[in-house]
Write a protein that binds this ligand. Structure first.
Ligand code: SF4
Length: 361
């Protein structure tokens, strides 16, 4: 007998002896659990890596002993660092159960303390996009909110920046963030907490492959991060071929979800379009893309990302001339286009290249 296909919800992250991660708790949780000191100060020390020493928070002995009894103080370890020639660094982080995720640290280039992290929301991914190395792994499990949070804090402690307001986060690493929405949103609320990193919601972008049910839920949540949509095809036939999510929520349904999102003042969608040579890079594609965007073509960013080739995919990167031509076709149709050469390409840290298996012993 065959049961229903497994979903990411069938792959919960393990909790050590049922204890929540210390990084998943708000000050009011710490208070309610009987924190023997100031819950606000304990939260501050846990969530501000610039106050840490030797990669861990500085806690008084009484607080530490209490926390060890009620919560899990494990932090992911940095298992590998691969610096790229473009200044970014790809990191492999090892979780408590030995699973690995990847993140990319991307500093701004010249005399600017701001840093962007590309971070993960799942180990592997269930969405199966055919051009993506992570998709080839399948789903292993969701990250818990504390794991998402501690991923950010560990990177900050190791590589900076020194403060939350110098940080920008994009959930474009391993996983479909909206498949893990509850943990994702709890992590976002923790990231925005004024006693922690105090990030503004506008500095957090969640990228989805087009999971309409998740888009509609996220639209109602507070704080609401920026939304990026990975589009990558202009007909249902082609999109269903490369992005199976389109078989459930097609392009028309996706466009309707964006209309219902209703961008607020200053909020912009980001559209990502991975250019695959000979697959989605014709003038007819540019025309359909502009049509699909409609009035959204003005004032919202459309990023063209030439395919990052990797061993697990037969798709190829278009030549520079075709990339420029495609960009020009879109601009002539009123689109606001940026060609984005992904950073970290030489260490397989770019979009659609993040994949992590433990090395064979
Ligand atoms: S592109 Fe994103 S959603 Fe698609 S398989 Fe890769 S990680 Fe998952």
């Amino acid at each position: 007998m065959t049961g229903p296909a497994p979903t990411p919800w069938d792959h919960p992250a393990p909790e050590r002896a049922g204890l929540p991660s210390a990084w998943s708790l708000f000050p009011e949780d710490l208070e309610a659990m009987g924190c023997p000191g100031s819950a606000a100060e304990t939260f501050r020390r846990l969530h501000r890596p610039w106050t840490w020493q030797e990669g861990a928070p500085v806690l008084g002995s009484a607080i530490r002993a209490w926390l060890e009894g009620v919560a899990d103080l494990h932090l992911p370890g940095i298992a590998e660092r691969q610096p790229s020639g473009d200044g970014s660094t790809k990191l492999a982080l090892e979780l408590e159960d030995g699973k690995r995720i990847e993140a990319v640290h991307m500093p701004r280039r010249v005399r600017n303390p701001r840093v962007t992290y590309c971070i993960s929301s799942q180990v592997g991914c269930a969405m199966g996009c055919t051009f993506c190395a992570t998709g080839g792994m399948g789903i292993v499990r969701n990250l818990q909110s504390g794991e998402i949070l501690s991923q950010v804090l560990v990177l900050m402690a190791a590589l900076g920046p020194q403060r939350g307001h110098e940080l920008t986060l994009v959930f474009m690493g391993m996983g479909e963030p909206l498949h893990n929405l509850d943990n994702l949103h709890r992590a976002i609320r923790l990231l925005c907490h004024p006693l922690g990193l105090g990030m503004g919601r506008g500095r957090i972008t969640v990228s989805t492959s087009g999971l309409v049910s998740g888009i509609e839920k996220l639209a109602m949540m507070v704080p609401r991060p920026n939304l990026a949509l990975s589009l990558n095809a202009t007909t249902d036939e082609a999109r269903s071929r490369t992005m199976p999510v389109n078989r459930v929520w097609n392009l028309a349904r996706l466009r309707q979800a964006l209309d219902n999102w209703g961008p607020r003042h200053g909020e912009r969608f980001c559209f990502e379009y991975v250019l695959l040579a000979g697959e989605n890079d014709t003038e007819a594609d540019a025309e359909r893309l502009a049509q699909w965007l409609g009035e959204l073509r003005r004032g919202h960013n459309l990023n063209l990302i030439p395919m990052n080739e990797h061993a697990g995919s037969t798709f190829r990167e278009p030549g520079d001339d075709r990339v420029q031509q495609f960009s020009d076709w879109l601009k002539a149709r009123g689109c606001f286009v940026t060609v984005r050469r992904s950073r970290g390409r030489d260490v397989q840290g770019a979009c659609g290249q993040l994949v992590k298996e433990r090395p064979a012993p």
